[in-house]
Design a protein around this ligand. Structure first.
Ligand code: PLP
Ligand code: ZN
Length: 407
């Protein structure tokens, strides 16, 4: 790590900069690296740790974060007439979502700078993730969540011993309150996007996909998107690999949002209508929406890493697509029954989008497609239950079993 660059105005800061956002314009910061040095390091001793902006990497993290399977999804692909679809099953992280990648890096950063208390605003997963990983490392976690967060996510955070503050408001309210509390009490703020280290954790997902594909580059990686941090992290991972000379081209990064929570998709559409691929990023506006979707993890009015995501979609040539809540819910049992992977609504959105794009002939049947499955179905049983069907009730007789099977 050799400094920071503002996503909006491109102004740089030195590596010892203590703030989280650009002092000139308030934009989010991107961590920069000396890629020549990284290249040298990995030539001597190959490993992706060289791309991480934290120390103590010689001590393994106490939980296994990342290293999740890439699952071939042949039968699922056939439904959409495709041949080459994989699921990156990030439900198999310690707290069952991709957020663990970000929490691990943010908690290491907090330790590096001697911060005792780490706070986060969350729709649910970032909070349960930070609670889980902080329990493992012995750090203190404070979690701001909307009080409507799914009970499983709240229960995870509580069980792991975090201080959980259920905010009477939505995610955006929780975000603002967490920010004010961090200012007041001096806590380290791990909130998504605002904290530049979260993107650095999420990017590790790209390295693993590349390795698991036998060092092939997919044609597209499809990412469920709320704040846009996961998507901008995914893009950064591939850009890192290219900057270090490990790959020579980049995949498209496709953005999926619920049609009722689509601030990033709207901004991309507007830019494309203007036929501009390299606008003055400091002037690109992302208008707030009034988000309502069953996919709570991607229900966001004001995306907190929106500009980085819009930039990643435009630069990668990715598609920004919206899907309905019905399509999201229908994707849950479809993925489960054809792959054995159980996705929460937000995570199922990636496959729902691929299905839709295939139908619209926007994906060629031979394209190598990776869908990120970013959170486990067990985190939101209530919504999964609405599309799972009902068990057949049977009496204690084989007759009754026969009847049930016939029904
Ligand atoms: C399961 C899941 N998928 C996708 C996302 C979207 O990530 P981002 O908000 O960074 O766009 C989240 C964020 O909470 C999530 O929990
Ligand atoms: Zn700036």
């Amino acid at each position: 790590m050799n400094g920071y660059r503002c996503i909006a105005c491109a102004k740089t800061q030195a590596a010892d900069f203590a703030g989280f956002v650009c002092p000139s314009c308030g934009g989010n910061l991107d961590i920069t690296y000396d890629y020549a040095a990284i290249r040298e390091e990995i030539e001597q001793n190959f490993g992706f740790e060289a791309f991480l902006p934290v120390s103590r990497l010689d001590t393994p993290f106490p939980l296994r974060v990342g290293g999740t399977p890439l699952v071939g999804a042949r039968r699922l692909a056939e439904i959409a007439g495709l041949r080459n679809v994989y699921l990156k099953d990030d439900t198999l992280n310690p707290s069952a979502s991709t957020k663990d990648r970000a929490s691990a890096v943010a908690l290491r950063r907090a330790a590096d700078i001697g911060a005792d208390v780490v706070a986060v605003a969350s729709t649910g997963n970032a909070g349960s993730s930070m609670a889980c990983l902080a329990a493992a490392t012995g750090q203190s976690a404070i979690v701001f969540v909307p009080e409507s967060a799914p009970i499983a996510k709240l229960t995870q955070a509580l069980s792991f011993g975090a201080t959980v503050l259920a905010v009477r408001g939505n995610y955006d309210d929780a975000f603002d309150l967490c920010m004010a509390a961090c200012d007041e009490f001096g806590w380290f703020n791990r909130s998504t996007g605002y904290n530049p280290f979260t993107r650095e954790g999420k990017k590790t997902c790209a390295y693993e996909i590349w390795e698991d594909l036998g060092r092939r580059i997919p044609d597209r990686v499809v990412v469920p998107t709320g704040d846009g941090n996961l998507l901008s992290g995914m893009w950064k991972g591939w850009c890192d690999l290219k900057a270090a000379g490990l790959i020579d081209r980049l995949p498209r990064i496709d953005c999926v949002q619920s049609e009722n929570s689509a601030a990033i998709c709207h901004a991309v559409r507007r830019l494309r209508e203007q036929s501009t691929t390299d606008p003055d990023w400091s002037k690109v506006a992302i208008d707030e929406v009034g988000a309502t979707t069953v996919a709570d993890s991607i229900s966001v009015n004001r995306p907190r890493d929106g500009l980085a995501a819009v930039k990643a979609i435009i630069q990668s040539g990715g598609v920004a697509t919206t899907i309905t809540d019905e399509e999201i819910l229908a994707a849950i049992p479809e993925i489960a029954q054809n792959t054995g992977v159980f996705a929460e609504p937000a995570a199922a959105a990636s496959w729902a989008a691929v299905r839709q794009l295939a139908q619209l002939k926007k994906i060629d049947k031979d394209e190598l497609v990776v869908c990120l499955i970013s959170g486990s179905g067990l985190k939101d049983i209530e919504n999964a239950a609405t599309v799972a069907g009902k068990p057949s009730s049977v009496d204690l007789s084989l007759e009754s079993v026969r009847d049930a099977l016939a029904r």
